[in-house]
Design a protein around this ligand. Structure first.
Ligand code: GLN
Length: 304
């Protein structure tokens, strides 16, 4: 596959779309990121790295952290997770509270905020510092010791976490949090504030393309069955209420974040991450989704 030529073509064709969409503005640290940034990286299972544009620039991973937090929770409690979180697409916005009341505080899936708060609760219960455990995990997956969370972003997240706080307390009222809601929200905000580049995120997701084993080190992260399940969740729930349209257009399991990043995987072949901060109305990167759609069209590769 001629990834360099395909990435160059995507980079050329995406130019008119850069700056479209709306940059997340609920905190100043995200609002100030120029809307016209664009980076894309493909890392193959064989270890080849292909990059274009701002692929080495770190950005706020935001909800992409939910994928890796869920991986850690899987490692810790495996199928026990499903007694506390569902695995159905929500059909509502990532930060919606509406289903929680009728569904008795059991969030639809681990990739919306409510579900991620329960996942973070699992981590808070078992690690002295959940966010440090997650940062360490990201360092291990990437081999990059400088990966960290951005303290200013985390503080801003915390200062503006009214909705997430409300959600955590609501879930707690149904008895579905083991740790104090404030502890969980604090860790959740810090994990959202992790900064990574496209190359680093694609590398971190590579175990999903390889049956749960990091190709570079041979380290097993998950068994092949859990890896399959996590990828299935990405496909059905990874891009919020746009998951149907996303999979129709792109055809890959993916996880997005309001920082403008999207990481996607093609089992057996490659992991890809794209970053462009302008978001569509569902909170997914507008140019990023388009770039991934073109990638699977040009390569003729998807899971279908
Ligand atoms: N920090 C954001 C929140 O909790 C992350 C949301 C996202 O990336 N979709 O609302």
């Amino acid at each position: 596959m001629n990834y360099p030529a395909i990435l160059e073509q995507i980079h050329r064709d995406i130019q008119p779309y850069l700056g479209t969409g709306r940059v997340a503005d609920y905190i100043p640290e995200l609002a100030k990121i120029p809307a016209d940034r664009f980076g894309m990286a493909v890392v193959t299972a064989a270890g080849d790295v292909h990059r274009i544009g701002d692929a080495d620039e770190r950005f706020s991973v935001q909800s992409i952290s939910k994928l890796f937090a869920c991986t850690l929770a899987f490692q810790l409690i495996d199928d026990e997770l499903w007694s506390r979180v569902g695995r159905e697409p929500s059909g509502t916005a990532f930060n919606s509270l509406v289903q929680l009341e009728t569904e008795q505080g059991k969030p639809r899936n681990p990739f919306i905020n409510a579900g991620a708060l329960v996942v973070t609760d699992v981590l808070c219960r078992r690690f002295v510092s959940a966010e440090t455990a997650l940062v360490e995990f990201m360092r291990r997956l990437t081999g990059e010791r400088t990966v960290d969370y951005d303290l200013r972003v985390a503080q801003s997240e915390l200062a503006n976490a009214h909705r997430n706080r409300a959600m955590a307390h609501f879930i707690a009222s149904f008895g579905n949090l083991e740790m104090p809601a404030e502890v969980v929200v604090d860790a959740y905000c810090r994990q959202c504030a992790i900064s990574m580049s496209c190359v680093e995120l694609a590398r971190a997701a590579l175990f999903l393309c390889n049956g749960g084993v990091v190709p570079a080190t041979g380290e097993r992260i998950l068994d092949s069955s859990s890896t399959k399940r996590l990828s299935a969740l990405m496909l059905t729930c990874g891009t919020y209420d746009a998951a149907g349209d996303f999979v129709f257009r792109v055809g890959l399991p993916a996880k997005s974040g309001v920082g403008g990043g999207i990481v996607a995987v093609l089992p057996g072949e490659m992991a890809v991450c794209v970053w462009s901060p302008g978001l569509d109305s569902n909170g997914n990167s507008l140019a990023g989704t388009l770039a991934l759609e073109w990638l699977t069209t040009h390569t003729g590769q998807s899971i279908f």
